[in-house]
Write a protein that binds this ligand. Sequence first.
Ligand SMILES: Nc1ncnc2c1ncn2[C@@H]1O[C@H](COP(=O)(O)OP(=O)(O)OP(=O)(O)O)[C@@H](O)[C@H]1O
Length: 320
Amino acid sequence: MTSPTAAAERLLAELPPSPAVWCQGLRKRYGRRTAVDGVSFTVGRGEVLGLLGPNGAGKTSVIKMLLGLVRPDAGEVLLLGRPARDPQARARVGYLPELFRYQPWLSAAEVLALHVRLSGAAVPGAEQRDVLALVGLADRAGDRVGGFSKGMQQRLGLAVALVARPELVVLDEPTSALDPLGRVDVRDVVLSLRERGVAVLLNSHLIGEVERVCDRVVILDRGRVAAAGTLAELLGQREVRLRLDGVDARAEARLAATGRLTRSGDRFTVTLPEDADAVVPALVADLVALGVRVHAVEPGRISLEERLLDVLRSGQAAQS
Ligand SMILES: Nc1ncnc2c1ncn2[C@@H]1O[C@H](COP(=O)(O)OP(=O)(O)OP(=O)(O)O)[C@@H](O)[C@H]1O
């Protein structure tokens, strides 16, 4: 007969994994100032969540509460299904803080080895070297960190966050000191983490970066969640705007077959399915074949930057 414990363990193993981050009702005051006021959200396994908001909105305070570095006045946090201060949870979380400083007398390789030892993970030397190569520091592995530029220190910070095979990576302004190439590298790293099922919480002021890599976004404003959702939910459906002449019934039917069609004179707007890279070239080719003259084709959807500004302005208007 199976023991009750074995049966319970089997049952637990069959449950879907708990979210990478779950927080509910987080609140934090510093003196008389309320920095975070009732923040709740989740980050699913393998999901990339962007945290956006103006200076002082409470983003770093939320991150520190999630990681158990700051004690919330109210609210609850579970990291990978465990309390934030549980060492078993923390060992599976990689963190790149907003302000970073590593032991200047150690080499980059030694800093990584130290973090691996502290995490308790068994990461062989070759894998540690791979992580340094991933962040572009392969040829500086033996150099003392004291001589590193700020951007190189940030790259090392990213390596520290990644080296112990985390299931959740929290990146607080990971590209603030990086050159444009470095930013692209970080974007690639985030996308490859997602491919491997690692969840990422990304706090960045670079909205284009967030728009490119995040599945979902939480916008904080004065300590509260002002908006949250997938990019499709926040930005609406993608569309294409065309300026055309010579559109007959057949061409109009071809346009309508692509998505919802609206027309104003010679301007046509067609909503596009998500993931529609091939749809627009095929549509334009067919229109040309039908004798339509195509004067302009423009992608249409508000950008995340426009949406963020909308959300923040309507919050200010509601306050005044
Ligand atoms: N240790 C602290 N002591 C006092 N006030 C603090 C402390 N940490 C944060 N605050 C205050 O809490 C509010 C939120 O700060 P936080 O650093 O979380 O914002 P942020 O959204 O990360 O801002 P930024 O984009 O500028 O990094 C601010 O008003 C800040 O002054």
